[in-house]
Design a binder for this molecule. Structure first.
Ligand code: SF4
Length: 77
């Protein structure tokens, strides 16, 4: 992970259980909508250990991360 690296977040809202863990771990990347489901930006975000933590620890395995440019898998549940 470099300082300039950008990742794209793929969030499967159909399986999200609204635990809020991702928003607590990486609040700049995830928010909970009014229905209690997580949302994430469609545009790429800066790579960070917090974002990787959020993806790895999502209890619903709803978060996939890819590099923004090449689409290379960083984390898939
Ligand atoms: S951690 Fe996973 S299940 Fe919990 S709100 Fe985020 S995406 Fe949904």
């Amino acid at each position: 992970m470099t300082a300039e690296e950008q990742w794209r977040i793929e969030l499967d809202s159909a399986v999200c259980v609204g635990s809020g863990l991702c928003a607590g771990t990486a609040p700049t990347c995830f928010t909970l909508d009014t229905a209690g489901r997580a949302t994430a930006p469609e545009s790429p975000v800066p790579a960070s250990p917090e974002l990787l933590d959020a993806a790895e620890n999502c209890p619903a395995a709803a978060i996939t991360l890819r590099t923004a440019e090449e689409g290379k898998e960083i984390f898939a549940p």
